[in-house]
Every structure is written in C-alpha cells, then in structure tokens.
Ligand binder design. Structure first.
Ligand code: UDX
Length: 434
C-alpha cells in the first residue's frame, strides 16, 4: 500500500518507519522544513533507541520518503494517517490547531478513494468536526477511521511491532478491511469498533495506567507510615494475575507527554458529558503529592525541621535524572521540573546530570548547573537525589560516591538501590515506601 503519515513526531515517525519496514511505500509529511531536511539525512529530532536505524534502512530501500509537500504524497496514498500532536493549552484543553490544519491540507489533496485514519489523541466527539472539515474541501470519496497508538517512548519500535491490540474504529466495512490488511503482519488482538469507542479506549488505557501508578504511590505512603515495605507489598499484589506487576512501581509520580495530559483531558471531557470522574481527580492529586513528598524527604534526611525546612538555602543538591523516564531525552511533564523548581524555591543550589536529557532540560530549567559526568555532578554536594531510574545510576560505585559527597545522604525517588546494602555502607538512605 502507499501511505501518507502526517506529523514527524514520536507517533508519526514510528508509525511511518514500521509500515515502511513491513513493505509499504510511506511518505512522512511535516510542515517543519528543517526537521524534514534532517530526516532525509537520517537525523532523528529526539532520542529513541533503534528508530534512526529503521529510518535510514527504509530510506535506502526506497520505502520511506520525507517531504514538506502534501501534494507530493497525499494524492498517491490509499491511507492517510494523522499523527500530529494535540498538546494541552494553558487551560488544559487540547490544542487542535495542528490537527485541523493537517486534516484540511490532507482534504485539499485527496485523489481517488482515501481512508483518513486518526492516530492523534483527540477529544471525544471531535471526529464529527473533522469530517465536516474534510467534506468542505474534498473532491473525492473518502472515509474516516480512528486507530489509536499505544507505543511507549524508549521502546517505541518494539511496542509497535509487538502490539497487544490493534484498534480499528470505523463504521465502514471497506475501511475496516484496508486497516486489517495493512496490520496483517502484526500480532495482537483486533478490536473493531466505532470511532468514539476507539478514542475512549485510548483515554481509558492511559488513565488506567496512571491509576495503577497512583495506587502504588498511595500504598507507598501508607507503607512509610506503617513501617511496611512497599516493594514487597506491590510484589505480592502484582503476583495476582488479575492485577499484574506492571505500572505498580511507586516513585516520583508519572510524567511524559501522555499520562498527565490524558488524565486531565479525560476528567475535563467527561465533565462535558455530565460526569464527575472523582476517581481520576484523586489519581491526579496523588501524583502531584509525590513531588512534595520527595522534597520533604530531602529536608528530613538533612535533619532540617519543618520550620527551618521552609528554607534549603545553602544546600547543594545533585539531581540524578531529568527525563520523565529512562531511555528518552523527553522532558515533557517530567517530574524533575517540579522537583527542581521546589528545591530552587526553597533556596537550594542544584546540579543535574542526565545521560541524555541535559540539553533538552537546559531550555526548561536554565538556571541550574549541568554536569556531563555522574561523579562530577555529585562531587561536594550535600546529598544526591535519584529522580529517573537510568540503569547506570544503579551501577554507581557507592564507595566512591561516599567519598565525593559532602554528606553520605541519598534520597532515592525510584527505589533503585538495595536499602540494606546502601545503609550498611554508611549512607543515610530514604526511598519511596520502605
Ligand atoms: C504512555 C503509555 O504507556 C503509552 O501506551 C501511550 O501510548 C503513551 O503514554 P510513555 O509516555 O512513553 O507511554 O511512558 P510510560 O512508559 O507509560 O511511563 C509513564 C510514566 O509513568 C513515567 O514517568 C514513568 O516513570 C511512570 N511510571 C511507570 C511509574 O512511575 N511507575 C510505573 O510502575 C510505571
């Protein structure tokens, strides 16, 4: 099949690369000229393991093409995937400007029957507005479908090649057949439904994952108050197959471009349908509480009382990890931002180290120090705080770290260390929920 993918962000680039890898001819369109010029040379605008190799290989095999021109790609395509971002506006609502302009440009360039498939996460019910827009411009027969994407950053290619399920939201038998054929080489359960249900599946999945994480974070707080060990508690809870182990790890709270945004959007949208999603409001509140909890732990581990603790003036903190999770340089809604802002508000001086996200972080957190070396970052600091669980942090030479730090204090926001071992080495150690 010949396909156009509109939007060269995470979802767009991974979708384009995977469909090209499966043998289709794929055009990836974006309005950003610099981005497209770089992609033609195989330069990916963000860090994502193995994506660069997939892109280069498929460019060389002449299955993947990058262009700024809708006219060069859309008329030749049987399916057009809309993969542009719908970032939140100041008021939390989704900004649909890119979505509407991408759909309008696609509509103007349709030639012959084309299936327009939405992968972007769009508010429930907006498919009607998109259809109205296409109707205004299209001079040919077209149909609509929604096929949400569930890839995770850091494992995007492998998630897309091994999906648990493929959602095909459409009322058209022809569209259903085309999408089934396109996805035929991929594993996973096929779920055929209407477009609105497809959109709801996306919001519900991300919200449920967020709820599991907040549940684990609430358990961690209870464990801190009762003296239980949350790592054992979630191990025991997750061993029940009905619950499962994944997304049950407490920490500094969930971040990234999807979970926080989709939880808030789901709350806002269900309110429009006269439903107060109290459960999700609690999920969001627990998540926000994780930042304050970590800051408190820093205070307590330096023996600063609550009264003095309003003030971390003069305290030098090494923050290890900035990205919202390992294996990405993505800083969108990263918990590190709120944590570092709190440290700064309390007067602390922060030096940060992240194996991949230092550069991206500099734009958001311009007035902290950055280090390109883990040991240099912790040198002469009052304590080190783990914010992202990069594997190299768990491998740190703790004897060396103890000598470099001013005080042997670790606040571990991701439970990467064995508490007993670290304490046996003479550290003051505070994890999450144990
Ligand atoms: C998520 C969804 O998983 C994916 O299906 C969707 O398409 C996009 O949103 P992603 O944003 O890449 O993917 O991140 P994910 O790996 O799900 O992690 C989200 C956040 O939750 C991270 O900040 C992570 O640190 C945190 N998390 C995850 C926990 O705190 N505990 C856990 O047990 C799991």
């Amino acid at each position: 099949m010949t396909i156009t993918v509109i939007g060269a962000g995470y979802v767009g680039l991974v979708t384009a690369s995977v469909f090209a890898e499966l043998g289709n001819k794929v055009f990836c369109v974006d309005i950003d000229e610099v981005k497209i010029a770089n992609l033609k040379k195989g330069i990916v605008p963000f860090y994502e393991p193995s994506l660069g190799e997939y892109i280069s290989r498929n460019i060389n095999e002449k299955r993947l093409f990058f262009t700024n021109s809708y006219g060069q790609s859309v008329p030749k395509s049987q399916i057009v995937f809309i993969c542009v971002g719908t970032p939140p506006k100041e008021n939390g609502e989704a900004n649909l400007t890119y979505l509407f302009s991408a759909v309008e440009e696609a509509a103007k360039n349709l030639k012959g029957y084309t299936l327009i498939t939405i992968k972007s996460t769009i508010p429930i019910g907006f498919e009607d507005d998109l259809e109205a827009l296409v109707k205004k411009y299209a001079k040919t027969k077209y149909e609509f479908a929604s096929s949400p994407e569930f890839l995770r950053e850091g494992t995007a290619i492998s998630d897309s090649l091994h999906p648990d399920r493929i959602i095909i939201g459409t009322n058209s038998k022809k569209a259903e057949k085309m999408l089934l054929e396109l996805h035929a080489p991929l594993p996973g359960e096929r779920i055929i439904c209407d477009m609105r249900s497809a959109q709801l599946i996306k919001y519900a999945s991300n919200s449920f994952l967020a709820a599991k994480i907040s549940f684990a974070n609430a358990l961690a707080t209870i464990c801190e108050r009762t003296g239980a060990d949350v790592t054992k508690v979630v191990q025991g809870v997750g061993a029940d197959k009905r619950i499962g182990h994944s997304y049950l790890y407490p920490g500094v709270g969930y971040g990234g471009s999807c979970l926080p945004k989709d939880v808030l959007a789901f709350i806002a949208q269900t309110r429009n349908f006269d439903y107060d999603f109290e459960l999700l409001r609690a999920v969001d509140a627990i998540n926000n509480g994780q930042v304050a909890s970590l800051v408190n732990k820093v205070r307590q581990s330096l023996n600063l009382t609550e009264k003095q603790g309003k003030n971390l003036a003069g305290v030098e903190i090494a923050v290890l990890g900035l990205a919202f999770k390992p294996n990405t340089d993505d800083m969108r809604d990263a918990p590190s931002i709120k944590i570092i802002n709190s440290f700064q508000d309390l007067g602390a001086k922060v030096t940060a180290y992240d194996p991949k996200a230092n550069e991206a972080a500099k734009k958001i957190l311009p007035d902290i120090k950055y280090s390109d070396d883990l040991y240099e970052a912790i040198s002469n600091k009052d304590l080190m705080v783990i914010v992202t669980e990069w594997p190299e942090f768990a491998e740190i030479d703790l004897e060396k770290a103890k000598k470099l730090l001013k005080k042997p204090v670790i606040v571990d926001g991701r439970n990467i260390f064995d508490a007993k071992k670290v304490r046996a080495l003479g550290f003051s150690y505070t994890g999450v929920g144990r």
